[in-house]
Design a protein around this ligand. Structure first.
Ligand SMILES: [Zn+2]
Length: 166
């Protein structure tokens, strides 16, 4: 999903594309302001307990009605680890302690809004399983009873989990 900007956020003048810092960027002809499009950053959390993975049934696109890891966007001023724990709590009701960085992916879902997805592992430290927010349902799934997966990052991490020899 490519981003565009029509008006200068500083002075409201229409923007025009000019070569700035090595590529065409929207530049204001009145005040000289250059618009930079920052990546949209999402986080996902991979939580396994008793050899089952924690998944949520997605209430929104992409992957609406399908299952995926707890996930969400990082606020501009937020530590991504805190965002991951916050999203997991919002969607599953469980308190999650973030453990390790698993991967950083670039635009894993073509129809998704995330430019960068940061994947962490985590573990449950409290709370009670209860789907809310962006999740229609939440539950634990063993390796041999996985539901239909709706997001590429979830599919990738589950494949690694299935292939891991523990
Ligand atoms: Zn301007």
């Amino acid at each position: 999903m490519e981003r565009t900007a029509n008006y200068c956020p500083r002075c409201g003048t229409p923007l025009e594309n000019r070569l700035r810092y090595g590529r065409l960027r929207p530049v204001c002809s009145a005040c000289g302001h250059t618009v930079f499009f920052d990546p949209k950053v999402a986080v996902v959390v991979f939580v396994v307990a008793d050899d089952s993975v924690l998944l949520v049934k997605r209430a929104n696109e992409p992957g609406k009605g399908l299952w995926a890891l707890p996930a969400g966007f990082v606020d501009a001023d937020e530590d991504p680890r805190e965002a991951a724990a916050r999203e997991a709590k919002e969607e599953t009701g469980l308190s999650i302690e973030i453990d390790e960085l698993l991967d950083v992916l670039h635009r894993p879902d073509k129809s998704g809004l995330a430019d960068i997805v940061i994947a962490y592992s985590g573990r449950v430290t409290g709370g009670k399983l209860h789907a809310a927010d962006d999740a229609e349902a939440a539950g634990w799934f063993a390796r041999d009873e996985l539901p239909e997966i709706g997001l590429a990052t979830t599919a990738l991490l589950i494949e690694r989990w299935l292939n891991s020899a523990d």
